[in-house]
Design a binder for this molecule. Structure first.
Ligand SMILES: N[C@@H](CCC(=O)N[C@@H](CS)C(=O)NCC(=O)O)C(=O)O
Length: 257
């Protein structure tokens, strides 16, 4: 049973980056009452948003039902599960499974998100191309994927989830960054999953969910409203390479991360 929020929970997002979509995905899967407050990436370190999150990063939420303002997507996931997923459809209450979900969420927050984010930065947005930096973080991504693979491969064929035998919020947390792997590594969809077929199958099961599809429809709409293409580049710029040239020339400071 989901205890629905009687007043909509406000979710502050900038549409291009992946972290906000972790929160939206969970809300969609729980069927929660929420509203998106989308604003431009250029304003992430400005008022009014820094009054919500002094760290100037999205997502952040304001829940009028509990009078709580919260930032850091991992903390938001745990709050939503605690407060609204009453029968723990996407979590466990048993000591072992509950803590293992927590472990995977921490791994996602400290191991997946930052490495993918930094790789993407050096790959696309850093004004100089530094191959050793790109290689370092691309290798870290491959390592994170291989950790996931080693766990999923050992699970029974009909229960390939990180913890127990069902999808939990911990699995869902990995989806938004893995969804961007082709862009981050600049490789085809088949190439990014080389050597990690169980991670690929796990990821592809989750992106087939209606809740993920709805989340991506919201992203498409928010990007469109801000004049951005799906990859984060402003409309009118043909390729990401052209966008990189503009960034390097200092013509665009709205780098999307
Ligand atoms: N650990 C944070 C990371 C959030 C984060 O880095 N969000 C990006 C967008 S995906 C952002 O707001 N970046 C702003 C900036 O780089 O100044 C979380 O998971 O909530």
């Amino acid at each position: 049973m989901t205890a629905n929020a009687s007043k909509p929970i406000r979710v502050w997002i900038t549409p291009p980056g992946p972290n906000s979509w972790k929160t939206i995905f969970l809300r969609e899967e729980l069927g929660l009452n929420y509203e998106i407050k989308a604003f431009r990436f250029d304003d992430v370190k400005k008022k009014p948003f820094i009054d919500i999150n002094p760290n100037g990063r999205v997502p952040a939420i304001e829940d009028p039902n509990t009078d709580l303002t919260l930032w850091e997507s991992g903390a938001i996931s745990q709050y939503l599960i605690e407060e609204y997923d009453l029968d723990k459809r996407l979590a466990y209450t048993s000591l072992k499974e509950k803590n293992l979900c927590n472990q995977w969420l921490h791994f996602q927050m400290s191991g997946q998100g930052p490495y993918y984010g930094v790789c993407s930065w050096f790959q696309h947005l850093h004004p100089e191309k530094i191959p050793s930096a790109i290689e370092r973080y691309a290798d870290q991504i491959k390592r994170v994927l291989s950790v996931l693979e080693s766990v999923l491969v050992a699970k029974p064929a009909d229960a390939q989830w990180l913890v127990g035998d069902k999808m939990t919020y911990a699995n869902m947390a990995f989806v938004p960054w893995n969804f961007r792997l082709s862009e981050v590594l600049v490789q085809s969809w088949d190439e990014v999953w080389e050597g990690t077929p169980h991670v690929r199958a796990w990821h592809e099961r989750m992106i087939e969910l209606p809740s993920w599809k709805r989340s991506m429809e919201h992203r498409a709409r928010c990007m469109d409203e801000q004049g951005l293409q799906w990859n984060g580049a402003p409309k009118g710029i043909e390729t990401f390479t052209d966008y990189e040239v503009k960034i390097a020339a200092g013509e665009d400071t709205t780098a999307k991360e």
